[in-house]
Design a protein around this ligand. Structure first.
Ligand SMILES: Nc1ncnc2c1ncn2[C@@H]1O[C@H](COP(=O)(O)OP(=O)(O)O)[C@@H](O)[C@H]1O
Ligand SMILES: N[C@@H](CC(=O)OP(=O)(O)O)C(=O)O
Length: 510
């Protein structure tokens, strides 16, 4: 898109201001384009130099969002003679065009955008057709396919900003990685290189407002396999580090991180502050708050992360912090502390002692769609051989284990639905008797230093027992900040609510 569509004096970035990176999630982009442009980007441009990182568009939910449908299109392309992938890509294209038409007023901007969206989708259909002919989609090709989602959404956002008089520029990070590295190179050195590379590319924007695809190309051994869904958070973190940003803002459809999923627990409380470890643990165990790899990158560069709500931009959100000094720095600057409130009050209200230890659990979370596998050894191998063979089988078929509990001849594992479970089970059956329980859920109570909260596990399990919730498996101890158990999925929301009520909302006076 060219500058000729812009007003004579467009709104630009002021190169004298410090950078902030704003990451927008799929559902926010699907529903709140107007708010993003008018209520967030425009006001921030008056005080900060803004860079946007965007995810692929979702409609109502992420489950039905563009990324999931691109994965579905890939599966369809691998079916001989199926043309369903064409229908899926056409639907994606139409939705993006429709969404653009509903917001963009300038006819030239709209025409050019429509042309680009249609071109991207046509290229994708050709790519999928080729995959169907050769009957293969490699992990790298799969990454390229899902990357189209971020491309389409960033094209729309760039055009929307231009339509509102903002001099925005689209940045596609497809080719940002200019080295061919293998899987073993996905380490801190790689992330440091990538942060610098992304920032170098983006810095070319001058005083334009960069809109950057959260998809960042061919990472060693595949983005989807090695970083996983939600990768745009990591991209925004790397950009924030590379630019030396003042803050990383992750904009969502919720006011921040709550003591439980606010869609499921009506009296869940917004947490003004939370530690990176707690935020990671919540994400691993079902609360899609922020990609767990994000925190380490930003925190080690001393950049605060703030989770904020697209439809409530003036809300304070949740700050993810690593140490007391960081909290003091950020909270006093951002006006979280006002009047008679002091840092110790803020920490106390959030369940932290001034030394950052915890007095009670921070949050509770549920991960649905869990399968439990119980294996009884046939005793033909020693216990260490038994365990080794199990993990080899799981690794071979891409099965990720969420929780595990073992004895010499028995192992129970809770896992999600990724990987080729059927083939893994055939291997496991060679080692012993295997039973599989489907439709289970993992309930996790999360809090810094949970291990040292005497009696907390007992209280968690007795509360579940009193509510008649049967516990299939327990795991405590592996993580200092998490006690988890597996329950039937049909009890998940009830269990979430009672644990929240008894262990989080009715806090003991300490
Ligand atoms: N503890 C929690 N705090 C905040 N949100 C949570 C929590 N657990 C689950 N969620 C859910 O995570 C979702 C994340 O926000 P959303 O804006 O939908 O994500 P995205 O950035 O992927 O578009 C919300 O719908 C919210 O209900
Ligand atoms: N679109 C990708 C990447 C992502 O980061 O998503 P979100 O920001 O909406 O969580 C996904 O669905 O995984």
């Amino acid at each position: 898109m060219t500058a000729m569509h812009l007003p004579v004096t467009p709104i630009t970035n002021n190169e004298k201001f410090p950078w902030i990176v704003q990451k927008f999630g799929g559902t926010s982009i699907g529903k709140y384009l107007e708010n993003i442009a008018n209520d967030i980007v425009k006001p921030y441009l008056e005080v900060r130099r803004v860079a946007l990182v965007c995810s692929a568009r979702s409609g109502e939910t992420k489950a039905k969002g563009t990324t999931n449908r691109l994965l579905e299109a890939s599966k369809e392309a691998l079916k001989k003679d199926s043309k369903n992938y064409v229908r899926i890509v056409d639907e994606i294209c139409q939705e993006h065009v429709k969404s653009s038409q509903s917001i963009i007023m300038n006819k030239e901007i709209l025409k050019e955008l429509e042309k680009q969206l249609i071109q991207d989708c046509l290229k994708l259909k050709n790519f999928l057709e080729a995959a169907q002919i050769i009957g293969e989609i490699t992990p790298r090709s799969q990454d390229s396919i899902i990357g189209v989602g971020e491309k389409l959404s960033c094209r729309i956002i760039t055009a929307v900003l231009q339509d509102k008089g903002i001099d925005a520029e689209f940045f596609n990070l497809d080719d940002v990685i200019d080295q061919r590295l293998d899987e073993n190179n996905l380490n801190q050195k790689f992330y440091d290189y990538l942060a610098k590379r992304i920032a170098d590319v983006v810095s070319k924007c001058g005083n334009r407002v960069p809109v950057i695809t959260g998809y960042f190309g061919q990472v060693p051994g595949s983005l989807l396999n090695n970083i996983g869904r939600g990768y745009t958070d990591l991209c925004s973190a790397l950009l924030a580090v590379g630019l030396g940003a003042k803050e990383l803002q992750v904009w969502k459809e919720v006011d921040g991180i709550f003591t439980a999923d606010p869609r499921k627990v009506s009296n869940a409380r917004l947490l003004p502050i939370i530690t990176p470890e707690e935020a990671s643990e919540l994400t691993y165990y079902g609360s899609e708050v922020i990609h767990p790899f994000t925190m380490e990158q930003v925190i080690r560069a001393n950049i605060p992360i703030r989770i904020k709500n697209v439809i409530n931009p003036s809300g304070k959100g949740t700050i993810i912090f690593s140490d007391i000094n960081e909290v003091i720095k950020v909270t006093s600057k951002k006006g979280l502390l006002s009047g008679s409130r002091c840092i110790s009050t803020l920490l106390h209200e959030n369940g932290y002692h001034v030394d950052m230890s915890r007095r009670h659990p921070t949050a509770v979370t549920i991960k649905n769609n869990i399968i439990v596998i119980n294996i009884h050894s046939n005793r033909k191998t020693m216990s260490h051989g038994f365990l080794a063979q199990i993990f080899i089988a799981l690794d071979t078929y891409g099965i990720i284990v969420d929780l595990i509990s073992t004895s010499e001849v028995h192992i129970s594992m809770a896992l999600g639905v990724e990987g080729d479970l059927e083939r893994a089970l055939k291997e496991l059956e060679k080692l012993g008797t295997v039973d599989v329980l489907k439709n289970m859920a993992i309930l996790s109570l999360v809090g810094k230093q949970m291990k040292s909260m005497v009696g907390i596990a007992g209280k968690m399990f007795s509360t579940l027992a009193a509510a008649n919730v049967n516990i299939e498996m327990i795991s405590q101890g592996a993580s200092e900040i998490n006690i988890s158990c597996v329950i039937d999925e049909y009890n998940a929301d009830k269990a979430l609510n009672i644990i929240h009520e008894h262990l989080i909302s009715n806090l003991p006076v300490l």
